[in-house]
Design a protein around this ligand. Structure first.
Ligand SMILES: [Ca+2]
Length: 363
């Protein structure tokens, strides 16, 4: 189905205040109440009626957005179509699970390949896997499983995929609520993994014959490299204490031994943490020197100033935000109000576009 979309400027004439109950103890979700408030900046709606959108890619003026419930939304010239994903296992419907990360192959234009991270159920147990996909005429078809049996649990799936400046595939995995996995190099949970695009283990990985790049993570969510090729990450902490980390090969980021500003020998503390309030950070990107990231519980796009170490709100008032993409001075982001923990507005969820220079002028 194709839906013609014009450029819409979202105007909410009055702010609505609503309440939502909190949902048990899922990840970083301790919002006591949520409010639907006026957007803090002017924006354009690029696409709407998305079903729990998770990850944004853009190449040659086509957006590719995964939906956690399956399918990849393609948006070109304001036309939206949902392209079916054909996987070898049925998607898990656990909270936070499903079709998560997605990244196009660097040679996508010629080989039509991409990579995806999804959760599935198998004989009563739950796992995540990383697969290579191919875009055929009518669907995205799974071609090869690159990494399998990544632990999945009730919460903390990880799931972000990014291709680094070194043309390797980086993968974030959650501890799947089994905390001790994060410190155990023999488990794939609670890690940042790094593999070759064909699924092989790079010979310069920090641990021999292991995809583990860094460990001691609880639920890492966003990855982005700055202009110097340094890797920054966002991570969900326990009841607040969400983190921004500078990731280096072989480092131990401390979970579950240390959180917040705690220090311990052989472990790396975050560059910044949220303290008690929860950001529930997710996808990330760089705009110039600033690390920009989505916040779910924090209902905003946040900016980590790499010089001062300060985290501030870049924009808010759109509800929960799952992923961001920066292209030049333009920020794209997807809301996540249909994920069962937010308050969906009319035609949610949406892909928004914002001019970052105007945002900075308004500050
Ligand atoms: Ca940590």
């Amino acid at each position: 189905m194709k839906i013609k979309m014009g450029w819409l400027v979202l105007i909410i004439s009055q702010s609505l205040l609503l309440s939502a109950c909190s949902f048990g103890q899922p990840d970083g979700q301790q919002e006591e109440s949520e409010s639907v408030t006026r957007p803090s900046v002017e924006s354009k709606v690029v696409a709407q009626d998305l079903s729990i959108p998770w990850s944004i890619q853009n190449q040659d003026n086509v957006f590719y957005i995964t939906q956690r419930t399956g399918g990849i939304v393609e948006i070109m010239d304001g036309e939206k179509s949902v392209v079916k994903t054909s996987f070898s296992k049925p998607l898990s419907s656990s909270p936070e699970a499903g079709l998560l990360g997605f990244v196009l192959h660097p040679e996508f234009k010629t080989n039509q390949q991409a990579f995806a991270y999804y959760s599935y159920d198998d004989s009563g147990d739950h796992y995540n896997r990383v697969v290579a996909l191919k875009r055929t005429a009518n669907e995205w078809t799974e071609e090869k499983v690159l990494l399998d049996r990544i632990p999945s649990g009730q919460f903390h799936q990880g799931g972000r995929l990014e291709i680094g400046p070194d043309d390797r595939l980086y993968i974030t995995t959650g501890d799947a609520t089994r905390q001790d996995h994060a410190q155990d190099l023999s488990f794939l949970g609670g890690k940042i993994l790094r593999i070759d695009l064909d699924g092989g283990i790079p010979s310069d990985n920090p641990f021999k014959d292991s995809p583990v790049y860094s460990y001691g993570h609880r639920n890492p969510q966003g990855l982005a490299w700055n202009r110097d090729g340094e890797l920054y990450e966002t991570e969900h902490g326990p009841n607040g204490y969400d983190e921004v980390n500078l990731i280096k090969a072989g480092n131990n980021y401390g979970w579950p031994k240390i959180t917040g500003d705690d220090k311990a020998e052989g472990m790396v503390s975050p560059l910044s943490n949220s303290g008690e309030p929860s950001w529930a950070p997710s996808g990330a990107d760089f705009w110039k020197e600033d690390f920009v990231f989505a916040a779910l519980a924090g209902q905003s796009v946040k900016r980590f100033d790499t010089e001062t170490g300060e985290v501030t709100d870049l924009l808010k008032g759109f509800g929960r935000v799952r992923d961001v993409l920066v292209e030049g001075d333009t920020l794209y982001f997807v809301s996540n109000n249909t994920d069962g923990r937010g308050i969906p507005r009319e035609n949610d969820d949406k892909l928004y576009e914002v001019d970052l220079k105007s945002v900075m002028n308004e500050e």
